[in-house]
Write a protein that binds this ligand. Structure first.
Ligand code: MG
Ligand code: MG
Length: 271
């Protein structure tokens, strides 16, 4: 069923399938977080991810998506998003963003984390913290009856409050459900109170991409890899979530987001 401006409205049973897909994604990302180390290639991470997704009875949604060759995106240092797993060897001090998607019975989950490998500068750790926290501030700003850009505004406000960071504007969060990318767009910037209404059965992926320098980026000749123009470090965090009458439910977090939402004073809407 489709509601306001083409937004797909899921039944509770369909949301439950999305939770299953979300758990596969969350578990895969936790496995990758533990596995990522200096000396391994990004393709080795991809193999771990694909094996875990398939052995969980799910399908890696990125594989073959518009011809993308990997089961995950591996975006190292100045790569913002869409890095292709390959022969690149991860080095001590690298900051690796890993984006992962899985499908269970036709329903999607999509999430990303940024991992510090070995010793990275405090400024890199702070960039990662700000990006992840901005994502959570987005969830915290979402409530039934509100609007999509309430999330956008909360993400941007938090990033701006933390220092001179750049927010990448060309890539945005999105609706998710029976496809990975659906309406509406969920920008990481902008004024609140705009876009489709936040209603029960809506599911969104919120995914700030924050850089230590200028937010300008370009795509490499492989037609996928997005890098910052000035070579500055980028971080990317993402979760898929929904709203129930009880509160927010982060479908791609292992605990449904319960602990972090409590810390932010936001009611947990999961089951
Ligand atoms: Mg993603
Ligand atoms: Mg996404």
């Amino acid at each position: 069923m489709f509601g306001d401006r083409g937004v797909e409205i899921k039944t509770p049973e369909q949301i439950q399938k999305m939770r299953e897909a979300g758990l596969v994604v969350g578990e895969t990302l936790e496995l990758l977080r533990k596995s990522a180390r200096a000396g391994m290639t990004t393709l080795e991470l991809d193999a771990i991810a694909e094996d875990n997704i398939r052995s969980s009875g799910a399908v890696p949604s990125f594989k073959g998506y518009h011809g993308f060759p990997g089961s995950i995106c591996t975006s190292v240092n100045d790569v913002v998003v869409h890095g292709i797993p390959g022969s690149r060897v991860i080095a001590d001090g690298d900051v690796v963003s890993i984006d992962c998607g899985a499908i269970v019975d036709g329903w999607h989950g999509d999430a990303a984390i940024t991992v510090a490998v070995g010793g990275v500068p405090d400024t890199a750790l702070e960039l990662m913290r700000v990006t992840e926290e901005a994502m959570w501030r987005g969830f915290a700003a979402a409530a039934l009856g509100g609007r999509v850009t309430d999330i956008s505004h909360a993400v941007e406000s938090y990033v701006r409050s933390q220092g001179d960071y750049g927010i990448v504007e060309e890539y945005v969060g999105h609706g998710i459900g029976s496809a990975m990318h659906q309406p509406p767009n969920v920008p990481n910037y902008g004024r609140p109170g705009k876009g489709p209404k936040l209603v029960e059965g809506l599911a969104l992926a919120v995914e700030p991409m924050v850089v230590a320098g200028s937010p300008e980026s370009h795509v490499l000749a492989d037609d996928w890899t997005v890098v910052t123009d000035d070579g500055s470090l980028a971080a990317h965090f993402e979760n898929s979530f929904t709203l129930t009458p009880a509160g927010a439910w982060i479908l791609t977090e292992l605990d449904g987001g319960e602990a972090k939402l409590a810390e932010l004073g936001v009611p947990f809407g999961g089951s």
